[in-house]
Design a protein around this ligand. Structure first.
Ligand code: SF4
Length: 315
C-alpha cells in the first residue's frame, strides 16, 4: 500500500497544507491551549517550542507494538516539548522543557532523520508527541520524499489534538496512534491542567477514525494504515478505563485496535499525588482486558517480545 503523503505530494495537497499550517504558527492555535503567540518570531507558548521543531532522540525502537516494530523496528523521532504536560509523564525530561536538552532541526534536517530511519530498515516513521510541531513535520516531507521516503507516517500523540489541526493531516498521515488518557475532567485537570482533555480526545479520535478507519495490517504483520489507540492504566483508574473502552467500542469501532498498557510507574511529579504512588497489578490489567472484550473489542494488542529478543540476539 502506498503511503498517503506520496499521493498528497503529487496532487499538490501537501504544499497547500504546509502553507496553511505555517500560518497557524503566527498566532499559535495548533492545539487546544491556544496560546496565540507568534512562534515564527521566536515566541514560545506552553509547549516551549518556537519556529523549529526540537528532537530529543531518534532511532529504531523495538519496544512499541509488534504491528509497528516488525523485524527492523519502528523509526521513532522523539520531539521535545508537549502541549499536554502530564505530571506523571514517563518521558518527563523531554516533554517538560525546563529539564530537557534538545536539538533544534530545520525542515531538511528533520527530513534527513526520517530518511536515515528508513535506511536503517524501520517500517514506519513514528512521530512521538507531534501535536505542537505539525507544520514543521509537514514542511520536512517534500525534502524527505525527494530523498526517497516511502514508509508510513505514524502520528503518536497524547490525544489532546485539535480537530482543525488534524484536518491538516488528512490524506497525509497513514497511522494515528493517540493515547486516550483521562475520561474524567477532574483527573485531566488534576494531572494535566486540561479539563477539556476528555471532550477534546473524543472529538480527535472520531476525526482520526474518519480519516483512516480501522487499523489495516499487511501479510508481514505490519500496520499500514488506520487507528491504533493506547490507554495507560492508572492506579485506581478503573472507572475511567471502563468508560474509555466503552466509548471506543460504541463510538469509534468494535474493530478498533487497542493497546491497554500496564506499564504505569510513578515518574515526573507523580510524588505530588499520593494516589499515583502505586503501580498496576496483573489482576487490574486482566480486568481491563475482560472489560474490553465484554464491550466487543477483540483487537487487543498483546505484548510480543519476540522481535525485541531477536533484535537483542542479533546485536
Ligand atoms: S502548540 Fe504550543 S504554542 Fe501552540 S497553542 Fe499549543 S501549546 Fe500553545
Amino acid at each position: 500500500m502506498e503511503s498517503s503523503y506520496l499521493a498528497a505530494s503529487r496532487s499538490g495537497l501537501l504544499d497547500r497544507q504546509i502553507n496553511k499550517s505555517l500560518r497557524l504558527l503566527e498566532k499559535c492555535s495548533l492545539c487546544p491551549r491556544r496560546c496565540n503567540v507568534d512562534r515564527l518570531a521566536g515566541k514560545i507558548g506552553l509547549c516551549r517550542t518556537g519556529a523549529c521543531a526540537e528532537v530529543a532522540s531518534y532511532g529504531p525502537h523495538f519496544g512499541e507494538e509488534a504491528v509497528l516494530v516488525g523485524s527492523h523496528g519502528s523509526g521513532t523521532i522523539f520531539f521535545c516539548g508537549c502541549s499536554l504536560l502530564c505530571a506523571f509523564c514517563q518521558n518527563y525530561d523531554i516533554s517538560h522543557p525546563e529539564e530537557h536538552s534538545c536539538l533544534p532541526v530545520d525542515d531538511r534536517q528533520l527530513a534527513q532523520v526520517m530518511v536515515e530511519l528508513q535506511e536503517q530498515g524501520c517500517h514506519n516513521i513514528n512521530l512521538v508527541t507531534p501535536s505542537h510541531v505539525i507544520p514543521q513535520i509537514l514542511e520536512a516531507l517534500p525534502s524527505a520524499i525527494e530523498r526517497g521516503l516511502t514508509v508510513p507516517l505514524v502520528y503518536n500523540s497524547s490525544g489532546y489534538d485539535d480537530v482543525a489541526s488534524l484536518h491538516l493531516l488528512d490524506g497525509i498521515v497513514d497511522i494515528y496512534m493517540p493515547d486516550f488518557k483521562f475520561w474524567s475532567t477532574d483527573s485531566a485537570n488534576r494531572y494535566a491542567k486540561a479539563s477539556d482533555y476528555p471532550a477534546t480526545a473524543r472529538m480527535a479520535l472520531r476525526e482520526m477514525q474518519r480519516q483512516v478507519g480501522d487499523l489495516q495490517i499487511n501479510a508481514r504483520g505490519c500496520a499500514e494504515r488506520g487507528l491504533l489507540v493506547r490507554h495507560l492504566l492508572m492506579p485506581g483508574g478503573f472507572a475511567e478505563t471502563d468508560a474509555i473502552l466503552h466509548f471506543l467500542a460504541k463510538k469509534i469501532s468494535v474493530n478498533c485496535y487497542v493497546n491497554i498498557m500496564d506499564q504505569y510507574r510513578p515518574c515526573g511529579r507523580a510524588d505530588e499525588f499520593a494516589e499515583l504512588g502505586a503501580g498496576i497489578t496483573a489482576e487490574e490489567y486482566w480486568q481491563a482486558v475482560q472489560r474490553a472484550e465484554k464491550y466487543g473489542l477483540t483487537r487487543i494488542d498483546r505484548p510480543d517480545y519476540s522481535h525485541l529478543l531477536r533484535h537483542l540476539l542479533d546485536t
